[in-house]
Ligand binder design. Structure first.
Ligand code: PLP
Length: 406
């Protein structure tokens, strides 16, 4: 495909790219389902799914079909006009969730930026400008724009860029007492992930979620669920809130919504949405026909009992396989998470070494992820073939054997 003269190498990255990433040594060039091949035709099993994005694997025929068909009709208009794919996708999202209204964006951070601006505007319109406090949680992750990274719970990501947006309070996740002491009439929103992804695969306790809802209601604050990573079938329900007893006021979704094509959405109720009046917020690309056509195809494949039940079956296979590896090598203290958002937590002997496991996995032909320095994270395609899970776990076992022997 590529002759030697034009062969692009990993070294080129260091020459021409801003050094904010440290990509692996290999360069993948194509994928099919849950298998990927690099420039040297070496095959990898994909347990990473582009960080919980490729929910139907690589080049799923339904997505290739939707993208190909729409690419020959209409790519982009801007929001001066609406378009059929956007109307269809918004209708599907409203039909299948608590929401009445949809705002489209292009990334998780942008959907969260819209959610935060809406919460502030709603509180200001309804209760006055002094109701501005956003409560969020340590280790939470909401994206990399300056507002979202400031609401996120890792100072390392938001420090060093000058003055931050104000009135943001961080609390320990799952700490009901801290929340009770902090929420007040000044609080305009409580923002959280129902299951922290980047922060280490940590599930919100049901009692904590109940306290979030109760305290928010008591003080007229909105609950924003960041479902950028947990949404679109990842936990075995269309959205993770559907497996809890609480309904948020605003929900954001991205990552898997486009199955690899950039698209995001913010969902909310009508009475809240009314505060994003004409001109208050916007995006050039948000809701473009190409992205929405793919989003429609994703929704129609994922939001079916076959795929959602399949997520729970695959979770069992992963858990059993990881337990077996652990029985042999004693590397994990637990396997946590839900559906196909799973974290194998390293025990005391391997603290701080999640990257070593990831790199050993790549060497064995397996792509996985980390969530911090102590958790190996798995977010494969929701329809990954069972035999790919078995083969991938065999490769992972070989990687574990290498790390533990070293
Ligand atoms: C990935 C992620 C984001 C950021 O999404 P981008 O598309 O990278 O902007 C926000 N919130 C959560 C929970 C995420 O996992």
């Amino acid at each position: 495909m590529m002759d030697n003269k034009t062969k692009l190498t990993r070294e080129q990255f260091d020459k021409v790219m801003v050094p904010n990433y440290a990509p692996a040594a290999v360069i993948p060039v194509r994928g099919q389902g849950s298998r990927v091949w690099d420039q040297n035709e070496r095959e990898y099993i994909d347990f990473a799914g582009g960080i919980a994005v490729n929910c139907l694997g690589h080049c799923h025929p339904a997505l290739v079909g939707a993208l190909t068909e729409q690419s020959q009709k209409l790519w982009h208009l801007s929001n001066v006009m609406t378009n059929e794919p956007a109307l269809a996708l918004a209708t599907a999202l409203v039909e299948h969730t608590f929401a009445d209204k949809v705002y489209f964006a292009n990334s998780g951070a942008e959907a969260n930026e819209a959610a935060l601006k809406l919460a502030r505007r709603y509180a200001s319109d309804k209760f006055g400008p002094e109701k501005d406090e956003i409560i969020a949680f340590n280790q939470g992750f909401h994206g990399r724009t300056f507002f979202t990274v400031s609401v996120g719970g890792q100072a390392a990501y938001s420090d060093g860029f000058g003055p931050k947006p104000e009135a943001i309070t961080h609390l320990p996740y799952n700490d009901i007492a801290a929340l009770e002491q902090t929420v007040s009439d000044r609080t305009c929103a409580i923002m959280l992930e129902p299951l922290q992804g980047e922060g280490g695969i940590i599930t919100a306790h049901p009692e904590f979620l109940a306290a979030v809802r109760r305290l928010a209601d008591k003080h007229n604050a909105l609950v924003i669920f960041d479902e950028v990573q947990t949404g679109v079938g990842r936990t075995g329900a269309l959205y993770a809130y559907m497996n809890t007893d609480m309904v948020p006021d605003i929900l954001t979704t991205a990552k898997a919504l486009g199955g690899g094509f950039p698209i995001a959405a913010m969902l909310t109720r009508e009475d809240i949405a009314a505060h994003l009046k004409v001109g208050t917020h916007g995006s050039t690309y948000g809701g473009n026909p190409l992205a929405c056509a793919v989003g429609n195809a994703v929704m129609s494949v994922v939001n079916t009992p076959a795929v959602l039940d399949g997520v729970r079956q695959r979770e069992q296979l992963f858990r059993q396989g990881l337990e077996k590896i652990n029985a042999k090598y004693d590397v994990f203290s637990e396997v946590r998470g839900k559906g196909l958002l799973l974290g194998a937590v390293l025990n005391e002997r391997y603290q701080g070494r999640s990257r070593d496991f990831l790199q050993a996995a790549v060497a064995q032909g397996l792509m996985c992820l980390v969530a911090g320095t102590n958790v190996v994270r798995f977010t494969p395609s929701l329809v990954i073939p069972m035999e790919d899970i078995t083969e991938g776990l065999m490769r992972f076992e070989r990687a574990v054997a290498k790390v533990t022997k070293a």
